[in-house]
Design a protein. Sequence first.
Length: 442
Amino acid sequence: MTTYSKPEFLFGHLRHFRRDQIGFLSQFADATEIVPLRFLNKQAYLLRDGEHIHEALVKQSGKLHKSPALKNSTKNSLGDGLLTSDDPLHKQQRKLAQPAFHARQIANYADTIVAFTDRYLARWGAETTLEIHEQMMLLTMEIIAKVLFDADVAGDAHAFGNAITTSINATMQRINSPLARFALTPKQRQAMRDGKILDDLIYGLIAERQASGNNNGDLLSMLLFARDEETGEGMDIKQLRDECMTLFIAGHETTANALSWAFYLLAQHPEEWRKVQAEADRVLGQTRPTFEHVKALTYTDWVVKESMRLFPPAYVTSRLIREDVQIGGKKMKAGEVLIMSQYLMHHHPAYWEQPEQFNPQRFATDRTIKEGYFPFGGGVRVCIGNHFAMMEAILILARIAQRVDVEWIPNQHITAHPAITLRPEPGIQLRLVARQLLPTLA
Ligand code: HEM
């Protein structure tokens, strides 16, 4: 029988979890039964069965709330936006934001994605060595600001990126050490200073749009011009800020990680990279990728899915039980916590053959939560940007594959760092060399 780390008298499993989240969770790698845990005096359960996770995220989601740990620790950065709010606010706000993510709307974003990728390709030139995670962060940030807020942040992307990293580090400190919520540590102080840079950006965009009175049809206009059906009132400025900030941060950080891990894996598996390039050549020929091409870029789609299996950007998710539930025959009480880990499920030997192997082909058959795969969560709280993120990642990968060769730089020691998302530390160095192009290539 497997022996798990024992709870400490006062802290329960909290200190072990804080020290090494992935290591802590990985001790339950083979378990399929529900694992009881304790964080301080809080009873928690780790769900290890796809059916149980489906039950929690999809079937019984009405009895669950977002976890207070996430809410409290992101109060200053994300506030009460879509990611952290609960019903009835969440339901109302999701309805308002949803049209920005409808299939017809996201098709319009494809040209921006490719045009902005081309700016980076031009900057990289004929041959370069670069840190791909940083480049993907900047690129996806510029894209999200353009498509959701019609803003060009290219000039300030570095400063915003640094501010977001500071904010994430401070958030992690607050999650891992609840005392940090009340103490002004240097990290928290830095986060407050940097938080102002991001606040100024978002409030500035809102004020500009209010002053212009223009309805651009983008997300910012949708939220700004939305009126309550009963009272006719618009959203207050703080709520607008929280929604925009949430979408700005959640809308690029995760996709950038997914892309970075895809490059990490592809550069170390040149035979897979050649398949992505061959597909790009076959499907795109010499033309720029468009929304219409995405469906035909099947192998690239599998590569993105397989990269998110091995390195899920959102690696753990939790819920507070609001009303007693029964899952997998186990009764759980209101006030207790459910933990579900994409990282664990995506590596679970009961669900995946040779789980540690990079094998995009396995996604020739789609996988569901019940089958151990949920990079975008599920149910009513499923990621609002899932289709957009997939399209964006596929277009960026395909465009880069069409234009450059990617080479791995040996002797790098990269680890998956569990910040709010799974980041590659200390970054990924790659060599990029422009492919021999025909002069007519668009
Ligand atoms: C590869 C990229 C992405 C991954 C892996 C990802 C993952 C996730 C996951 C797992 C959740 C659910 C969290 C939970 O159940 O507690 C979520 C929610 C969310 N995501 Fe994403 N996401 C990605 C891209 C995006 C993009 C591009 C946007 C916006 C443009 C976005 C905005 C959001 C928002 C607003 C929520 C909260 C939805 C709600 O609760 O109604 N995400 N994401």
